[in-house]
Design a protein around this ligand. Structure first.
Ligand code: CA
Length: 296
């Protein structure tokens, strides 16, 4: 049997804000882990606090990696992070580079999210609007926690304000000063592909007329939200996936930054409904083959 994705180290998948492993029967990494396992990969989806600071999520991830190392006997893991999951993976790799073979950022706000900036200025902390947004997100995180069937463990702390500060452009700039590994030195450039023995990769998408809004996305409400959110972008107006800008996503070796995919398409949401010309699963299988070829 062909094992094209049988990497040396396990592939560990870290979700973004309001992420999950499996809500009731529905997986976050829809069809992705299945395709990787079919090709021989050990692919493990994990959960960290759905809404919290990157550092808090990162410390939780370190405990999970420690357990995976113990249980699988592997020295290291290959981390994949979607959205804030990318920052979470970067934190873990910066703290324990000896435990991490690679970090792959998938639509990661590696220079912050302009959507988070918009929410900060329009729903400020401490105001009635801010409190309302905070209450809604808090309730949503709790509800999703109850519906989680793919992850067992102690209940995970939620901190909406800390999460928000971790995602604004100013917040991520502060994070990058402390954890600069793989961050490009120039806006729109690529970062160091190898830092402290850890390989860094990234890819992301851009909303594109007559492509990302066609096909399955005509039936996917999350695409409509991404189109609305995209209107909040200023610096990368017209060059974002609805939540993260094209250049903001750059980390290490940039595999691609303009795939016709919104912020959810890139992890094959919802139910594999994506736009025309989008092949999110293929990007993951190609990356697994790339890691395998690199001996990781
Ligand atoms: Ca979609």
């Amino acid at each position: 049997m062909s094992q094209p994705f049988a990497t040396r180290y396990p592939l560990v998948f870290v979700p973004g804000m309001l992420g999950f492993v499996r809500m009731l029967l529905y997986p976050y990494w829809f069809g992705i882990l299945k395709a990787l396992r079919k090709g021989g990969a050990t692919a493990i989806a994990v959960q960290v606090s759905p809404i919290n600071a990157t550092e808090v999520r990162g410390e939780q991830l370190l405990l999970i990696i420690e357990r995976i190392r113990r249980e699988t006997g592997a020295d290291k893991v290959n981390l994949f992070g979607h959205s804030q999951g990318a920052l979470t993976a970067r934190y873990a790799a910066a703290k324990r580079p000896d435990w991490v073979a690679s970090v792959t950022s998938v639509a990661g706000p590696n220079h912050g999210s302009e959507l988070a900036d918009y929410l900060e200025s329009h729903y400020p902390h401490g105001t009635a609007r801010g409190r309302l947004l905070k209450a809604v997100l808090h309730a949503l995180a709790h509800l999703m926690g109850w519906l989680e069937t793919g992850w067992r463990g102690p209940s995970l702390p939620i901190d909406v304000h800390a999460s928000h500060l971790s995602l604004t452009c100013a917040g991520v700039a502060r994070f990058n000063l402390q954890y600069p590994q793989g961050i490009p030195l120039t806006w729109g450039g690529q970062g160091e592909p190898l830092v402290n023995g850890v390989r860094y990769y990234s890819w992301s998408g851009v909303l594109q007329d007559r492509r990302s809004n066609e096909g399955g996305n005509r039936l996917d409400g999350t695409h409509v939200s991404c189109r609305l959110f995209a209107k909040t972008f200023v610096r990368e107006a017209g060059y974002c996936d609805g939540m993260v800008g094209r250049y903001s996503s750059h980390l290490g070796q940039v595999i691609g930054d303009d795939y016709p995919m919104d912020h959810f398409d890139i992890v094959n949401q919802s139910l594999g409904l994506v736009g025309k010309g989008a092949e999110p699963v293929r990007l993951f299988t190609e990356q697994a083959a790339r890691l395998k070829a690199a001996g990781l």
